[in-house]
Write a protein that binds this ligand. Structure first.
Ligand code: GTP
Ligand code: MG
Length: 230
């Protein structure tokens, strides 16, 4: 199952702290004190995106967003990432170097919807783009496609503003389908894919991308009143 749960995105399970080092325990304890800021940031960003979907429905008679998922990174995964990146095990590494504690997936209907939502969001004055990785223009060698953007959003704890990064992965339904199944297959096969499996998965991703492009074309044709000649 995906870490991104629709039921209760903000609840995670913390295993017993006994297997952690003193530095890791200190980091987790300090993180749990500020975890609420990351939850507030997710809520604010979620509202912004839902409002944009509504705006598009009103303005263009089209809902760009199929659905939204969100999750807070678990302490276990924060510790794992800090070690993987070789960062010092302390709260400053988490605050300054990890941008995906608050994580969202915005699943759009068409490719153009992704860029439209990004363009609209980027114009909003109370958030700032910190980082963009466009894996649609440059897919990963696995075939993974998505646009990842880290937005810095200002949230308030009482009257105190706090800037929190939120990572959003923007995907079409087809890209999300591929990523979910590829992730599950990877997990089921203990991260071991044969060269043939890898080649097949890459091909399926390219096939799905072609379907995305064709659906987009059909959508444009049907909504701009082009005559159907066939
Ligand atoms: P993380 O430390 O995992 O966040 O990696 P990173 O900071 O280098 O970020 P990257 O841009 O590679 O994005 C990582 C996230 O994108 C993962 O957590 C997945 O959600 C997704 N992702 C990236 N590559 C793949 C892939 O090949 N397959 C699938 N299914 N998901 C991927
Ligand atoms: Mg990540």
């Amino acid at each position: 199952m995906s870490l991104y749960s629709k039921q209760d995105p903000h609840v995670y399970k913390l295993d017993s702290l006994k297997n952690y080092t003193e530095d890791e325990k200190k980091l987790i304890t300090e993180y749990l004190k500020i975890e609420k800021y990351y939850r507030y940031a997710l809520k604010e960003m979620n509202a912004k995106i839902e409002n944009l979907d509504d705006y598009c429905e009103n303005t263009f008679a089209h809902n760009p967003i199929h659905h939204i998922e969100s999750r807070i990174k678990s302490p276990e995964n924060i510790i794992e990432k800090i070690h993987r990146r070789g960062y010092p095990v302390n709260i400053d590494s988490l605050k300054n170097l990890i941008y995906d504690v608050s994580g969202m997936r915005v699943i759009c209907n068409y490719i153009n919807d992704i860029y439209q939502i990004i363009a609209l969001l980027s114009k909003q004055k109370d958030i700032k783009v910190r980082l963009t990785k466009d894996y649609i223009i440059s897919p990963k060698p696995t075939g993974y496609r998505s646009v990842h953007i880290v937005f810095d959003i200002s949230i308030y704890f009482g009257t105190e503003p706090i800037i929190i990064p939120v990572e959003i992965q923007f995907r079409t339904i087809a890209m999300d389908m591929w990523a979910s199944l590829e992730h599950e297959l990877r997990y089921k096969s203990n991260n071991e894919f044969t060269d043939y499996d890898k080649k097949s998965l890459k091909e399926y991703s390219d096939d799905l991308y072609q379907v995305d492009l064709n659906m987009q074309k059909l959508y444009i044709k049907k909504t701009t009143g082009d005559r159907d000649d066939d």
